[in-house]
Design a protein around this ligand. Structure first.
Ligand code: NAD
Length: 349
C-alpha cells in the first residue's frame, strides 16, 4: 500500500491511498483537530476522477469541522472517501487495506459510516484499526447513525416550520424528499407519522415503489424534484444540489434536509435568501448522526442521555441561527458559519 501526502494549505493533513493488491484508491482528509480528534464518515462512490474525489473529501471534511463544532462535540473535522462502486468493488480485503491506512494516522482521524457504507463494513475496518465507530456490536457500539440523523433533521424541519409559520405542526404540509436511502427513509417515516404529505424522488426505482406503498408517497423523476410545488424541500441524497440551475426552480418556502454540502457555493445561500426561501444549514440540521457516533468515539456510557441532551442543544442552536438571520436579514448559513467559527476561536465546542 502506498500512502502519499497531498500538499494542502486549507487542511491539516490529506493523504492519497493506493493499494494495487485490492484495487483500493481513496483519500483521507483531516481538516481540523482544533477541538479534538477529527471525526467524519467514510464514503464510497464511483467518482469519475481522483480530482473529483479529492474535491469531495476536502469539502466534506471541512463540513465535519463545522458540524462537530455546531453539535457541541469535542471533535475536529475529517472525512475519507474510496473511489469505487460499493455494490461491485467493496471487498473485505479492500476495507482492511483502507483500515490500515486510517490506522497510520494514530487516532488523529476516526471514521464511521457515510454513503455506501454499513455497520458491517465498519466491523471490517475495526479488524485492523481501533479508530472506527458506528460498529454493529461491542461495548460502546453505536451502530447505524441514520435514525438519529433523521431525528435531528425532523427537529430542524419543525423548527424552520415554526419559525416561518408560527407552528411546528406538519399535518397537511407537503414535503419533497430527495433520496430514500438510510437518512431519507427514516425521515419519511417521521414526516408521515406527523401527518405530512410526501413527494419523493430516488434514482433507485425499488425505493420509490416501496415509498408509494409504505407512505402513500407521490413520486417524481429525480430531475423533477426541484420544481415540485411543496412547502418544504428535504435534500437527503448528494451534495451541491442547491445551485444556479436548481434554486430558480424551487417552489417551496423551506429547504431543510440531511445531505452534506447542499449549497454548491456560499453564493447559493444568498440566492435562497433573495428568493425568501428559508434554508436550515445542513451541517446543523444533520448533526444527529455524528452525535450518535461520538458516544462511541468518546466512550460515553450514558449514551441515550448524551444523545438527548446534544439533540436538544442542536435544536436550540438552529433556533438561534434562524432568529439571528431574520434579525440581520441575512442568510442562515452565513450565520451558522460565523457561529461555529466563533466557537472555534474560543477553542471550545
Ligand atoms: P444512502 O446511500 O443510504 O442514500 C442515498 C440515497 O440517495 C439512495 O437511495 C440513492 O439511490 C439516492 N440518490 C442518489 N443520487 C440521487 C439523485 N440524484 N436523486 C435522487 N436520489 C438519489 O446515504 P445516506 O446515509 O442516506 O446519506 C444521505 C445524505 O445524508 C448524504 O449526503 C450523507 O452524506 C448525508 N448524511 C448522512 C448521515 C447518516 O447518518 N447516514 C449523517 C449525516 C449526513
Amino acid at each position: 500500500m502506498i500512502i502519499t501526502p497531498v500538499p494542502t494549505s486549507s487542511h491539516e493533513e490529506i493523504y492519497y491511498v493506493e493499494d494495487a493488491a485490492t484495487g483500493l484508491l481513496g483519500y483521507i482528509a483531516v481538516h481540523s483537530t482544533q477541538l479534538g480528534p477529527a471525526a467524519g464518515g467514510l464514503r464510497m462512490r464511483p467518482y469519475q476522477t481522483p480530482q473529483e474525489a479529492l474535491t469531495d473529501v476536502k469539502r466534506l471534511s471541512q463540513g465535519m469541522t463545522y458540524k462537530n463544532a455546531a453539535a457541541g462535540l469535542p471533535l475536529g473535522g475529517g472525512k475519507a472517501v474510496i473511489i469505487g462502486d460499493p455494490g461491485r468493488d467493496k471487498t473485505p480485503e479492500l476495507l482492511h487495506a483502507f483500515g490500515r491506512a486510517i490506522d497510520t494516522l494514530q487516532g488523529r482521524y476516526f471514521t464511521a459510516e457515510d454513503m455506501g457504507m454499513t455497520p458491517a463494513d465498519m466491523a471490517h475496518l475495526a479488524a485492523v484499526t481501533p479508530f472506527v465507530a458506528g460498529l454493529p456490536s461491542g461495548k460502546f457500539a453505536s451502530g447505524d447513525p441514520s435514525p438519529i440523523t433523521a431525528r435531528g433533521i425532523f427537529n430542524a424541519i419543525c423548527t424552520a416550520q415554526k419559525h416561518l409559520c408560527g407552528s411546528a405542526d406538519l399535518g397537511g404540509v407537503t414535503v419533497a424528499v430527495q433520496g430514500l436511502g438510510h437518512v431519507g427513509w427514516h425521515l419519511c417515516r417521521r414526516l408521515s407519522s406527523a401527518g405530512a404529505n410526501l413527494v419523493v424522488a430516488d434514482t433507485d426505482d425499488s425505493r420509490i415503489s416501496k415509498a408509494r406503498t409504505v407512505f402513500e408517497a407521490a413520486a417524481v423523476a429525480p430531475d423533477q424534484i426541484y420544481s415540485v410545488q411543496a412547502d418544504i424541500f428535504a435534500p437527503c441524497a448528494i451534495g451541491g444540489i442547491l445551485n444556479a440551475d436548481t434554486i430558480p426552480q424551487l417552489k417551496v418556502s423551506i429547504v431543510a434536509g440531511g445531505a452534506n454540502n447542499q449549497l454548491a457555493s456560499a453564493q447559493d445561500g444568498r440566492a435562497l435568501h433573495a428568493r425568501s426561501i428559508l434554508y436550515a444549514p445542513d451541517f446543523v440540521a444533520n448533526g444527529g448522526g455524528i452525535i450518535n457516533v461520538a458516544t462511541e468515539i468518546l466512550k460515553i456510557s450514558n449514551r441515550a442521555e448524551f444523545v438527548e441532551e446534544k439533540l436538544m442543544a442542536l435544536d436550540l442552536t438552529m433556533q438561534a441561527i434562524l432568529t439571528q438571520a431574520r434579525a440581520e436579514n441575512t442568510c442562515p448559513d452565513a450565520v451558522a458559519v460565523a457561529t461555529v467559527q466563533a466557537k472555534m476561536a474560543r477553542g471550545i465546542a
